[in-house]
Write a protein of this length. Structure first.
Length: 348
């Protein structure tokens, strides 16, 4: 094999390294398998048998995402064991919004020169995220692209497929006036706003290992904290409660995500200060000389996921969330949208 692949290796692509990576991660990936997986990694396609027995009309829900320039921070800090969790979280949280249970996940890892050790760390994180969200890491692609990516640099993309019964799809259409908005805590900035975060960090003069002001974390720990995966928590709620709408707070913050689920005639009225703002957001605001409206346009500011429920169910939902060890608060209500007004209003 070495002689047959020598020319390709001389051009910068090491087939042996790719095969070594597959061998290294095979047991890690197998640890994510559950009912429905019919294939192992290494094939041309992953096979998954969908169990439709529990659903009257199953609908597949698909999502894809990356982790943005949080990758650059992971490169700079040489920490690669949790960025895969971010990748899974960004995809599974998105399809969860519509009530879908994640079934399987695929990843795409592209690099200039493949480091088996580094790639294995990344894939281990992806597998950890899949286990946390209850889905199988069904397959993936490792692309070695010399001359396109510099050595030591890699990029990631993820793809997730889930399923929901057609009658139980959550689309926000039933949201009405006086419904209540419940916020669930984030772990940090998750995977959004990192082009600005990296600029703020560079301008601050602080190193990743320096203490974050008013926090027990270092700057690096706060900024690389893995994105929360809300799957198990929300699926628990959906078994017993009527959830009218859900929001994953990603790029665009509050203003560009909450309105995605609202009917035209209503508006979300969110009360700032009704939840605990994590110290990393105070630091970003102060160091970046930003206003809170600017922060809420870019970051989750401590709320990574929102639920909209009828007012009579709000207390029970919050109590269930607390029993699941979630920090959750009522952070707003649904009101009538005034003519010419924005559909998302944050009240300071």
């Amino acid at each position: 094999m070495a002689d047959r692949s020598a020319a390709y290796k001389a051009a910068g692509v090491d087939i042996d390294a790719g095969n070594s990576l597959v061998s290294r991660i095979k047991s890690i990936v197998a640890g994510t398998y559950g009912k429905g997986v019919l294939s192992d990694i290494g094939g041309f396609g992953g096979l998954f048998k969908l169990d439709t027995g529990a659903m009257a009309e199953p609908v597949l829900v698909a999502g894809t995402d990356g982790v943005g320039t949080k990758l650059k921070l992971a490169h700079d800090m040489d920490k690669h064991d949790t960025i895969g969790i971010d990748l899974v979280a960004m995809c599974v949280n998105d399809i969860l919004v519509q009530g879908a249970k994640p079934l399987f996940f695929l990843d795409y890892f592209a690099t200039g020169k493949l480091s088996v050790d580094l790639a294995a760390q990344v894939v281990t994180g992806i597998a950890d995220g899949c286990k946390e969200s209850g889905c199988a890491l069904l397959g993936g692609e490792t692309a070695e692209m010399p001359g396109f990516y510099p050595d030591g640099v890699y990029d990631l993309a993820g793809f997730c497929v889930g399923v929901v019964d057609n009658a139980k799809i959550i689309d926000g259409s039933s949201i009405g006036v006086d419904d209540v908005i419940i916020g669930i805590e984030a772990s940090g900035p998750h995977s959004n706003g990192y082009s600005l975060i990296r600029k703020i960090l560079a301008d601050s003069g602080l190193a990743p290992g320096d203490p974050l002001p008013n926090s027990t974390q270092t700057v690096g720990e706060a900024l690389l904290a893995p994105t929360r995966i809300y799957v198990k928590t929300v699926l628990n709620l959906l078994r017993d409660f009527d959830i009218k709408g859900m929001v994953h707070i990603t790029g665009g913050g509050f203003y560009d995500n909450v309105n995605r689920i609202l009917p035209k005639g209503v508006a979300a009225q969110i009360r700032f200060g009704s939840w605990h703002v994590l110290p990393v957001f105070d630091w970003l605001k102060d160091q970046g000389k930003l206003t809170w409206p600017e922060m809420l346009q870019i970051f989750n500011c401590g709320i990574g996921f929102m639920l909209v429920v009828a007012s009579e169910n709000a207390d029970d939902v919050v109590q269930r969330l607390k029993a699941l060890h979630e920090y959750a608060r009522v952070i707003g209500r649904i009101g009538i949208r005034k003519e010419g007004a924005e559909q998302v209003e944050v009240i300071f």
